[in-house]
Write a protein that binds this ligand. Sequence first.
Ligand code: ADP
Ligand code: MG
Length: 592
Amino acid sequence: MSAPSDNMPIPAQAIHSKPLLVRHLPYFIGAAILVVVAANMNFDGYVHNILLQATTFAIAVFGLSVVLGLCGQINLAQAAFFGLGAYAVGIGTTDLQVSFWLCLVGGCVISLLAGAVLGASTLRLGGHYLAMVTISFQQIVTLVMINAIWLTHGPDGVSNIKRPDLFQSSQSYLAFCVAMLAIVGYLVWHLPDTKLGRAMRAVRDNELAAGVNGIDVFRTKINAFAICALLGGLAGGLFAGGFAYVSPDQFSFAESIVFLTMSLLGGVASPIGSAIGTGLLILIPEWLRFLKSVPGLYLAIYGLFVILIIRFMPDGIWGFVSDAFARWRAKIKTPPAANALQLKPATIGGDIVLEVTGLSKHFGGLKAVDGVDIAVKRGGVHALIGPNGSGKTTTLNVLSGLYVATAGKIVLDGTDITHMPPHQRTASGLGRTFQNIRLFRSMTALENVEIGAERPGNTMVGKGDDALTERAMEALTFVGLGSRANELISSFSYGHQRLIEIARALASNPTLLLLDEPAAGLNSTEKLELHELLKRIAAQGLTILIIDHDMTLVSEAAQHITVLNFGRRIADGESMAVLRHPDVVSAYLGSE
Ligand code: ADP
Ligand code: MG
């Protein structure tokens, strides 16, 4: 369903004037030159092997830059996925006599599936569990490689692995691997700017905020994990074809750690970092070869080198360089002009936008919310007030799906959302901000708001990235921060960060906007600005449910007030009447 045409934003000038492929031509020319060089240089065997190793390893490390760098999930089994791909090509082209290409694809599929299954079974657990499960998976794969002798030839490994007919010579095979590296590198490089990539970055920065901004957190993590495993498998398959021999010790846990170190050393956030890290970690041991006569010294210096880099460049070598570059670019880049923001909340249901009945949330014995009814009228500002600890934030958390209700029912615009996960509630038209600001901190203001605009079912956004950017610019301009769109979150004051959070919610064109203490922590000027902003939002007909302590703001802005105390509703009705209610007066005087 699309909005009526007079409501559509007027298309602004295209933000990128040249098509994508033209803008990226230099990359492809550079890659083509590398491929031609690799195909025509007569490297001696030693150099050739180092290059082949670096090329294939880098593809596996790209995988880590997706799962760890973009999505913030740990994978300590990349060598196992690498091994799956390598053994698929190894066993396939020798014992099974299958073509190299089929084996390469087969290895990718096996790794992808293994990654998806492993991810699906553990990513809900997060953090330490994920690390442990990936280590176990790594050990299982190693054990199978060593012990399933009938299949893998055990510790002897598989030799005489075939290459494709097209790339029989060492040079041509190296050129083929370089081409694969360039293609995968290009895809990984641009992943952050796709819908999936943005979702991954949002999940990494703040899972809760990602969920309430319409992102399916669990699925995003599985996708990241599966992509990482796939790249591991692809890299392994290429490696096996290149060296014609594989054995279990090449794919051990220690190798997984090497992959991880490569990615951290170069900079986990970008494929350029991965390439740098991989190159360095393969070359450093070669440079230090002359120290090998003194036992131990070589390893000590090698380790010291790695520690020093990670200590002084915590975001890796490339992270260090690109950070400086990004700050400089934000200064010189002027954001595009924006049209006026249109808020056209859906009007499917009747007079009541949100109907909450008998809502309860108990934490053990504590009844934080206890049988609360709220009916929010369409197009008005409805305030939820009460002393500290009375259950206001908990109510909002249950409404937006961060907590599961102990009892009760929540109906948004005619849809029962009581049992939906956060991202589906957002898709149904719920927008919110947090009491303690939850922005995606590694992104710019504009990118944060783009995540909001990308909400599934947002009829105010046309197709494509430019439409998304336009909508986000409109929302940022609406809150008065359009001119600073390209700055990172850390450069904004607390008050402005709140405004960005509101813009993020507005960009999604919600049916109902939940605001949790938006005035908290603001100075008096900022409070006035916020007050004025709320009026402009309400003037467009958007329904707002606001929690606030500031009685002046509440009494002026809200037509309807619900009061909570100790998790129970003690008053509800038209603003002035509620504020004069004796129970309300005593609840406030009793607590403050
Ligand atoms: P308000 O926002 O009105 O100040 P809250 O909703 O944050 O109050 O808290 C209501 C009550 O629930 C408080 O007693 C608080 O300590 C308790 N509470 C809130 N969240 C949790 C939680 N995750 N686990 C246990 N108790 C909680
Ligand atoms: Mg609160």
